[in-house]
Design a protein around this ligand. Structure first.
Ligand code: NAD
Ligand code: UDP
Length: 313
């Protein structure tokens, strides 16, 4: 049985990861300041004696003895990470320094949840790990994008300078049950709007693309990455290469919910990437032939079912 720390464990992805790690027979400690996560996401795990939830902000140091650390703490939706941009940068930078310092001291392996946003508005398509990206360093998304880029640099340098056992994954847009209904990300927005019969908010002309990964596929990829040889540190893309534009996504959600909601067109936010799609050759090669197994329609149906229940509360 391994003792595993998950920062951001009460968030959307973190709660699924905690659940899976417990099911695999590990002891799990979830660290979260509940900024965007909630106790609701982990309440079903609290009865498990091998699960512990601690309220803590990772911008402050934290000490514990564990074997592995998954560093997920950071708001992920543009609406949330732009709410307090300085805090977002602190969470990525100071939070990473605190967790890397901990990993160094206790000799734990540490995996960092980086993002496809390090590629910014990409000029290389699909995105490969060797591409350095196209990020506006002073734009409205920079608190997140540059924070995550700095965190990658911190991880690599703690590895090179202090021999910390690190892993970096670059996560592409992920969706599924336990996304916050007001989180502002496109999949939750469209589903909640469709279920409530409200207008579906398309930003810009809706031709921008994203590649949507169901959360279980991500969790599988994360665990496989943590278990790779120490010599493989990444970064590695974890995402679903299926590429859809926002009009296609909206129409799919309307079809699957049977909703009569209308589309409404709103201005495109600053620096919104035009297209995004992962090249997952490296993940396939290094993560034991990992690739996503849940197609968009199947994942959307599971997520719609979740929101139908959630909206009744
Ligand atoms: P989320 O907002 O649901 O979860 C983030 C969690 O971190 C929340 O529980 C929040 O309360 C917690 N948190 C935030 N700041 C903290 C702090 N200073 N100290 C302690 N806890 C803090 O987002 P998510 O979608 O679950 O994302 C999880 C991680 O994966 C994030 O690091 C995010 O950047 C990364 N990621 C997610 C996606 C995606 O599409 N979901 C894509 C790329 C990267
Ligand atoms: N988007 C949209 N309507 C919404 C929310 C988002 O059209 O209600 C668009 C947004 O402009 C972006 C895409 O959907 O082009 C994905 O947005 P999200 O915030 O989910 O993720 P990110 O931009 O970080 O990839």
């Amino acid at each position: 049985m391994k003792k595993i720390l998950v920062t951001g464990g009460a968030g959307f992805v973190g709660s699924h990861l905690c659940e899976r790690l417990l099911n695999d027979g590990n002891e799990v400690i979830c660290l979260d300041n509940y900024f965007t996560g909630s106790k609701e996401n982990i309440v079903h795990l609290l009865k498990n004696p091998y699960f512990e939830a601690i309220r803590h902000d990772i911008t402050m140091p934290f000490f514990i003895e564990v074997d592995e650390i998954y560093n997920l703490a950071c708001p992920a939706s543009p609406v949330h990470y732009q709410f307090n941009p300085i805090k977002t940068i602190k969470t990525s930078v100071m939070g990473s320094i605190n967790m890397l310092g901990l990993a160094k001291r206790i000799k734990a392996k540490i995996l960092h949840a980086s993002t496809s946003e390090v590629y910014g508005d990409p000029e290389v398509h699909p995105q490969v790990e060797s591409y350095w990206g196209n990020v506006n360093p002073i734009g409205s998304r920079s608190c997140y994008d540059e924070g995550k880029r700095c965190a990658e640099s911190l991880f690599v340098n703690y590895h090179l300078q202090n021999d910390v056992n690190i892993k970096i994954i670059r996560i592409f847009n992920t969706y599924g049950p336990r996304m916050h209904p007001n989180d502002g990300r496109v999949v939750s927005n469209f589903i909640v709007q469709a279920l409530k019969g409200e207008d579906i908010t398309i930003f810009g002309d809706g031709k921008q693309t994203r590649s949507f990964q169901y959360v279980d596929d991500l969790v599988e990829g994360m665990i496989r990455m943590m278990n790779t040889d120490d010599s493989f540190i990444g970064p590695v893309n974890i995402g679903n290469p299926g590429e859809f534009n926002m009009l296609e996504l909206a129409n799919k959600v309307l079809e699957l919910t049977g909703s009569k909601s209308k589309l409404t067109f709103l201005p495109l936010p600053d620096d919104d990437p035009v297209k995004r799609k992962p090249d997952i050759s490296l993940a396939k090669k290094m993560l034991n032939n990992w690739s996503p197994v849940i197609p968009l329609e199947e994942g959307l149906i599971k997520t719609i079912d979740y929101f139908k229940e959630n909206l009744k509360k």
